[in-house]
Structures are given as structure tokens and as C-alpha cells.
Design a protein around this ligand. Structure first.
Ligand code: AMP
Length: 177
């Protein structure tokens, strides 16, 4: 992806201070989603590394990961699998609890979503502390799939989230802050 394209994407991200709570600088990606050209560039850039890798499934994390993940899946000719917050999926699930800065969170995936041996990529909008992505990777690994790597639109590198994603293939982030 050209540096001009990456600059266009970077400049479209809106920084919202103190959302959803004081001290958080929220990266608002909705201006990228709203622009047909930027949306296409983002999906193209996030998919690039996994083209020709015979991807079977892309796993996207609730909720913005659904948008990126489903579009990447379509581009790669793969299926899409949602990882959701506890209690949202209708069928039999496997779940993982993980700790946040304050308290814990749980995510789930359908038991039959991924078959052993399938080639899987994880996608989300943003890698922060890595807790959510690490939980999703655990669900993928417990299903017996081959995790090829992860694709993030944004990585907040100062939070060192990628250190939680060891042994899960390469981590591709389109934009790093
Ligand atoms: P984490 O588990 O800390 O890596 O958090 C990842 C999730 O939280 C991502 O799916 C993001 O959607 C969201 N998130 C965390 N920090 C931010 C931020 N500064 N701006 C936007 N979204 C964020």
C-alpha cells in the first residue's frame, strides 16, 4: 500500500478525547467507513498480507471487527465468524474470560464455527492492550484451527498489545500510533 494511501487513511481518523471515559483518546474510524474510497483502501490494505494464503475463515470481534472482518473475508474468498460478548450468540458456544484494566470481560464463539485444520485470520479495528484479541485467538486455537495471523486497522503501539499475541502468526497493522 502506498504511503499516500496510508496518509489519506491516517488523516481521516478522528481523535475524540475522553471517550468513553476520561483519559482515553478514542480513535473514531467512522469517517473512514463513510468514504467509499477510504473504506476500499482500508480493506485492501488489511487483506493484502493474507492474499494467496488459502484463508478459510476470518474471525471478527464484536462490534467494529464485524465490519472489517466481513469485508476482508469477502475479499479473500473466505467465510466470516463472529466473536461476540457473552450471551449474544444463539447456538452452543465456547467462551474465554479475560481481565481488563478494571474487572473482567467474556467473549464467545459458536462451537461449530470453525473446523479443526481450517486456516483462520483474526480481524479487528484496533489493537490496544491486546486482551480482546488474545481471547479471540484462544477461541480459535481451542477449535483446532490454524491461526495464520491477525489484521488490525489501527495499532496503539505504546500499549504493547502485540506482546499478548505470541505464537499466533504475524500481526499486520495498517496504521500505527
Ligand atoms: P484491547 O482489548 O485493550 O486491545 O481493546 C481492543 C478493543 O477496544 C478494540 O476492539 C477497540 O474497538 C476498542 N478500543 C480500545 N481502545 C480504543 C481507542 N483508544 N480508540 C478506539 N477503540 C478502542
Amino acid at each position: 500500500m502506498s504511503s499516500d494511501s496510508l496518509d489519506l487513511l491516517r488523516n481521516a481518523i478522528r481523535d475524540v478525547p475522553d471517550f468513553p471515559k476520561p483519559g482515553i483518546l478514542f480513535k473514531d474510524i467512522t469517517p473512514v467507513l463513510a468514504d467509499a474510497k477510504l473504506l476500499n483502501l482500508a480493506i485492501e490494505g488489511m487483506s493484502e498480507a493474507f492474499a494467496n494464503q488459502k484463508v478459510n475463515k476470518v474471525v471478527g470481534i464484536d462490534a467494529r471487527g464485524f465490519i472489517f472482518g466481513a469485508m476482508i473475508a469477502q475479499r479473500l474468498g473466505a467465510g466470516f465468524i463472529p466473536v461476540r460478548k457473552k450471551g449474544k450468540l444463539p447456538w452452543k458456544t465456547r467462551g474465554v474470560d479475560y481481565s481488563l484494566e478494571y474487572g473482567t470481560n467474556s467473549v464467545e464463539m459458536h462451537m461449530d464455527a470453525i473446523s479443526p485444520g481450517e486456516r483462520v485470520v483474526l480481524a479487528d479495528d484496533l489493537l490496544a492492550t491486546g486482551g480482546t484479541a488474545a481471547a479471540a485467538i484462544q477461541l480459535i486455537q481451542e477449535s483446532g484451527a490454524v491461526i495464520l495471523g491477525s489484521a488490525f486497522f489501527i495499532e496503539l503501539s505504546f500499549l504493547e498489545g502485540r506482546e499478548k499475541l505470541a505464537d499466533a502468526g504475524p500481526i499486520h497493522s495498517l496504521l500505527t500510533f
